[in-house]
Design a protein around this ligand. Structure first.
Ligand SMILES: [Zn+2]
Ligand SMILES: [Zn+2]
Length: 280
């Protein structure tokens, strides 16, 4: 063998040896770790049983483990139930708030406290509840039509005026409205006002198929559309702890459910009347 061949053979042998050595060390390391782990598993538990906790050889440790698992399971279920109650409570609060808001609509003062936009929204929602398909026009530049509505294939227009009790809608306003009706080819018009109408406007309206809805008639329509919105004295609320539904007085107060959980109510008639469907 040439010296070069000898050197190559030596190197190959050396590397093979090193690889074998490395493998051996790794094996030893693994064995050591396994021994350590086995020792740890067999550590006596607090009740003095070898492997009592880690290998479940101690009946007392097994019992404690089962207890902890049951407790965790119970906590989890409790958490889920609370989440469920929170969702239901929030739904109830929304539906109750909406019910109170609708019953507020029967108050002329409340209707007049709305902004013109809010009033248009209220009237649109009312006609929807009365079975009309309602398309509201943009708030600005509506050209004497606040909504185009359809029922049984017939097209009508709505115009809204949120007026004070002493404000009267006169004939010129209805003439403009009728022009809008003709332009839209609408067969009928509803002119809704929180004020009243002059007698000449009434004569004009009956001639051109315009239904005048003054504040009294509006309140009647609201009653017809929302028959469920009765009492504003009481308010249904749900206990967030146990889910019990309570009929509480509609005012800010702190009370207790029948299971002695604290019930806090932060709503009263004033705060609900401040709520608006549209910001501003
Ligand atoms: Zn034990
Ligand atoms: Zn409760």
């Amino acid at each position: 063998m040439t010296p070069v061949g000898q050197a190559i053979a030596f190197l190959i042998g050396f590397y093979a040896l090193m690889a074998a050595l490395g493998y051996l060390l790794e094996l030893i390391g693994k064995a050591k770790k396994a021994i350590q782990e086995a020792r740890k598993r067999r550590e006596p538990c607090e009740h003095g049983v070898r492997g009592g906790w880690n290998e479940s050889r101690c009946p007392e440790c097994v019992r404690l483990k089962e207890e902890a698992a049951q407790k965790a399971d119970l906590e989890h279920k409790k958490k889920l139930r609370k989440q469920d109650i929170a969702i239901k409570a929030s739904r109830l609060r929304n539906s109750e708030t909406e019910r109170i808001r609708k019953s507020l609509l029967k108050s002329q003062d409340y209707l007049r406290s709305l902004s013109p936009q809010e009033f248009e929204d209220v009237v649109a929602e009312l006609f929807r509840s009365l079975g009309y398909d309602v398309k509201q026009t943009p708030y600005t530049n509506d050209q004497c039509k606040d909504a185009i509505i359809f029922k049984d294939g017939k097209k009508s227009l709505i115009e809204c005026k949120r007026y004070g009790p002493e404000n009267k809608v006169g004939r010129p306003m209805l003439q403009k409205f009728y022009a809008a009706m003709q332009e839209e080819h609408a067969g009928k018009g509803f002119f809704v006002s929180t004020g009243t109408f002059t007698s000449t406007s009434e004569a004009y309206a009956s001639k051109y198929n315009i239904e005048l809805i003054n504040v009294d008639k509006l309140v009647l329509l609201i009653q017809e559309a929302y028959p469920d919105s009765s009492s504003t004295d009481t308010f249904k609320t749900m206990c967030l702890e146990c889910g019990e539904v309570l009929n509480i007085p509609l005012k800010k107060f702190v009370g207790k459910c029948s299971n002695d959980h604290i019930i806090k109510n932060d709503l009263d008639l004033a705060s609900i009347s401040q709520m608006r469907t549209h910001p501003n």
